[in-house]
Design a protein around this ligand. Structure first.
Ligand code: HEM
Length: 207
């Protein structure tokens, strides 16, 4: 199933991923209570909860990349994603949160699914940039050192563009594209499940 943009015009791989996961992104925003991020009630506790959900989800997905490190795309982008995970953990520690890792499941079944998950993690830099700009003044007061995750991340936005260019050069058949989309959906699902569990008080990081 190749989706058509306009008469005779095929969507490229990155556009297909975006379109196929539009609803997943909407659900992640709802389940991560993103509206709270921009409300007057946003406080240090909610910020810490938000970071805890991000960290647990990143950690869980990054652990899933291990078997696919020999894939050049996975290998190339994992180092930046590890830095992002370390930035979130650093921010949590700076806020005084204690680490508590939950049990993880292998969810990504092949390297194409893993590339779909890389799309989700790298693509989240788009929202991160916008959220960071809005939150920068409030969160700085809660940290003893400058916040790392919600700081300037222009280079990661560029990296996401490079990744999409690389994706669009891949010659994928239909089952391969479906695998990539499935991996992206699984990655979004990790964030949704972690958020749901977190807000149902099964805390992923203790305070
Ligand atoms: C929780 C609050 C979030 C907000 C407010 C938010 C907002 C946004 C915004 C404004 C964009 C840019 C949309 C565009 O240019 O068309 C974006 C893109 C994206 N976000 Fe989020 N986001 C959030 C969370 C997340 C999370 C947790 C993930 C990962 C699970 C994620 C994954 C993505 C992806 C993959 C894209 C790129 C879509 C593309 O251009 O292909 N977002 N987000």
């Amino acid at each position: 199933m190749i989706i058509k943009k306009n008469l005779g015009e095929d969507l490229n791989v990155a556009e297909q991923l975006k379109l196929a996961t539009k609803e997943d992104h909407k659900m992640v925003e709802i389940e991560m209570r993103s509206a709270e991020l921009f409300s007057r009630t946003f406080d240090r506790h909610r910020y810490q909860q938000h970071l805890a959900i991000l960290w647990n989800s990143y950690r869980s997905i990054l652990d899933n990349f291990e078997p696919y490190q020999c894939n050049p795309i996975i290998e190339k982008y994992t180092s930046q994603l590890n830095l992002d995970e370390a930035a979130i953990l650093g921010d949590l520690k700076d806020l005084g949160a204690k680490n508590h890792i939950t049990k993880r499941q292998p969810i990504l079944m092949n390297s194409l699914e893993a590339i779909g998950a890389v799309y989700v993690l790298l693509g989240s830099s788009m929202g991160r940039s916008m959220i960071g700009k809005k939150l920068s003044s409030s969160i700085a007061d809660w940290h003893s050192s400058p916040p790392k995750y919600y700081s300037q991340n222009e280079s990661e936005i560029q990296l996401f563009q490079d990744f999409k260019t690389e994706l669009n050069k891949l010659k994928l058949n239909h089952p391969q594209l479906e695998d990539m989309i499935a991996g992206a959906k699984k990655a979004f699902q990790v964030f949704r499940t972690v958020a749901r569990n977190h807000y149902e008080t099964k805390q992923t990081i203790s305070e």
